[in-house]
Design a protein around this ligand. Sequence first.
Ligand code: NAD
Length: 329
Amino acid sequence: MKKAVVCGAGGFIASHLVKRLKKEGYWVRGVDRKLPEYAPTAADDFMVVDLCEEANCIAALDIDGAAPDEVYQLAADMGGMGFIHSAECEIMRNSALVNIHMIDAAAKAGVPRYFFSSSVCIYRDMEPGEDEMTEDEAYPALPDNEYGWEKLYAERMAMAYGRRFGTTIRIARFQNCYGPEGTWDGGREKAPAAICRKVAMCEDGGTIEVWGDGKAIRSYTYVDDMVDGIYRLMHSEMEGPANIGCPEYVSVDELVMATAEAAGKTIHIKHIDGPVGVQSRNFSNERIYSVGWKSEWPLKRGIAETYKWIEAQVQARDAGKTQEPATAG
Ligand code: NAD
């Protein structure tokens, strides 16, 4: 039985990844500074530790005296645009420490395969309608925010360790990811979850506030698609970073309209000042297509699933119900 350590398994994408690895027959250890908030973990073993500490990274990779076959590094100080712009120091410090210690511990423990979750935030801003950008066009580098610079550094560090220690390194640059069991309130939520929450809390015919002019172009990737991309990339021969993203590009206003449709409501938009990030995104997915991946979740279908889950969370909160604490299991 293959053994995997999944870092960040108390978070959104990695908790879904743990479920996928269990389906594929793995023994899985989850590691995070917290348990998943919305559902019990599917991991066989779960360590609640701070991965900024080197000793915790070393301990996380010790499974009865042996190293795991695979490490998936998805732990990061992470949030939507509001968080990314207000927590620059935390992002630059904490995520870098996790990445430094984890790749160092994994390479020295002799872990054969290591996955790192990077982001399309490593790319420069684009004009709407500009030609697709490929992975190589990340350079000369000009990320729009510190989160992107930290990811770029961590990518390079992982590749340097791969060259020195012979560890197989796989790197995905994720587009915006959304789906059930992701953060939906509290300040770290990303745009699709925030919009689902606002629409769920808005009466039919009402108005929601949206940061910016609503014209910024993005693609949103459903979490099942993302996890499938991670799994395929990890087991491929693909050297170097690969973008993973749904090829459906929409404006923020179109995202609101898709959410309103899923809710069966008429929603009006009031644009207000707020952190928006880059103007436009348009990336080539040719590399990830070459490992057999394709997006199975158009925005309409993914948003319908996500909206249903977030609406239920909002209703449970409003009814004063508290969530059952998630337990390792
Ligand atoms: P998330 O915030 O839900 O999960 C990250 C997890 O890392 C959290 O559970 C957090 O507690 C954990 N963590 C942070 N610092 C830690 C520490 N010091 N020690 C132990 N655990 C720690 O985020 P997510 O959306 O699931 O993102 C997963 C990965 O994918 C991150 O690396 C993120 O940067 C990357 N990514 C996500 C998106 C997206 O749209 N969600 C887009 C691009 C890249």
